[in-house]
Design a protein around this ligand. Structure first.
Ligand code: SF4
Length: 404
């Protein structure tokens, strides 16, 4: 099985995904909020006309069109959201929306999104109970509103991705959250590995060893449902390593020094799977092969005021869409060109045989060291240490294929 996907076309020319922060207004006050959301909409945010110009800039990247994500804050705080989703759809951009779990997350609003052409939504669940989730989101009732939202989305057959931000607050709750995710029937479970930016604090992050444990857990989860990481790029290394070991019938515990939390998470997952009667995929196969995109490299984030960043977690601007086309910034801004040049990466990432499919989190490197090209500080791998290098070289060339 081919295990890592690459976007169709040249990522130097065209991103696979564009995310636009429609607003930073939101009725939640989440612990980790990248946007440091506020109650009021920013008067200097892109206007409706400017947003339409942004959509045209995205369209002008050419085919296949990048996926366009409306995020926030809470996109429902913009009155023009439905019109902009419709406009994106009309000019051929696949659109998705990331609303917040607030009273605005109604069946009526979701139905309007679907009618406007939205292909999918994503909802955040950060705890398996109302108490845990609401504590994280810092607003009582958010869990119930989110639960109502996913039921409404399912009723109108609007695809739903569930996002969970992994922090020290919910690390041990992940198997129980998985139970919820598979009960919801979510299209994908996306685990965000916290980057200490915005309201996210370094002390809320799990340790590098726990990161590694969660990635092995995510691999086990991907035997049952579609699962992926965000800002956890070394998951692609884990997928390749685990698949090679599985092909050989070798247990991971003999080849990795895994943090004890991995065994706890795996036991929890096994229990949930047994209880739900889930059947795992065959050895070496997972439900969703990860896509190789990274900050400024197949991926680009546009702020509410039109500043262009390689990622929403990497606050270095390549320019503003108010002054220059997104296409020019993405293709030519020195920051973006450097991020796509692996020879510029420092430390272990600069030496690593996995760099071509991984590259580490450039956002975390910047947040921790101040250098976006420094090594990924939370990856525990020593380049060259995986014992099956011949099989790996074969996988690295054969597994990198075009995404459909
Ligand atoms: S050292 Fe860097 S490139 Fe290698 S697996 Fe870790 S994060 Fe990825």
């Amino acid at each position: 099985m081919k295990l890592i996907r690459r976007p169709v076309g040249d990522v130097n020319e065209r991103p696979f995904m564009v995310i636009w922060e429609t607003t930073h207004a939101c009725d939640l006050a989440c612990r980790h909020c990248r946007a440091e959301a506020q109650a009021e909409h920013d008067a200097l945010a892109l206007t409706t006309e400017e947003a339409k110009q942004l959509l045209h800039q995205v369209e002008s990247f050419g085919r296949p069109r990048p996926i366009f994500i409306f995020t926030g804050g809470d996109p429902f705080k913009r009155a023009d959201l439905f019109g902009l989703v419709r406009y994106a759809t009309e000019i051929g951009l696949p659109a998705a929306v990331s609303p917040s779990g607030t009273p605005l997350l109604t069946e009526e609003n979701l139905r309007r999104l679907k009618e406007a052409g939205a292909k999918a939504i994503s909802l955040s669940i950060d705890g398996s109970s109302a108490e845990r989730h609401d504590d994280f989101r810092r607003v009582p009732g958010s869990f119930e509103l989110t639960s109502n939202g996913w039921r409404a989305a399912r009723a109108i057959e609007l695809k739903t991705q569930v996002n969970t931000t992994v922090t020290r607050y919910n690390l041990h709750d992940l198997p129980a959250i998985f139970r919820l995710v598979q009960e919801i029937g979510a299209m994908t479970w996306s685990l965000f590995f916290l980057v200490p930016t915005g309201r996210g604090r370094q002390e809320d992050e799990v340790s590098p060893g726990e990161h590694e444990a969660v990635m092995h857990f995510l691999y086990d989860v991907s035997k049952y449902i579609s699962a992926k990481p965000v800002e956890g790029h070394h998951y692609k290394r884990v997928v390749l390593q685990r698949a090679i070991l599985e092909d050989k019938g070798l247990p991971p515990e003999d080849y990795f020094t895994l943090h004890p939390v991995y065994y706890e998470l795996r036991a929890g997952l096994d229990e949930v799977a047994r209880h739900a009667g889930l059947r795992p995929r065959a050895a070496g196969a997972v439900h969703r092969t990860p896509m190789h995109i990274n900050a400024g490299n197949g991926f680009v984030f546009v702020s509410r005021r039109g500043e262009v960043f390689p990622s929403g977690f990497l606050p270095l601007s390549g320019g503003s869409v108010r002054e220059r086309s997104l296409v020019d910034i993405y293709r030519d801004a020195p920051l973006f060109r450097r991020l796509r040049d692996l020879s510029q990466y420092g430390g272990r990432c600069g030496l690593c045989e996995f760099a071509g499919v991984c590259g580490g989190s450039r956002s975390r490197a910047y947040a921790v060291t101040g250098d976006p090209l420094a090594e990924e500080p939370f990856c525990t791998y020593q380049p060259g240490s995986f014992p099956f290098q011949a099989e790996l070289a074969e996988r690295l060339s054969a597994s990198v294929h075009k995404a459909e």
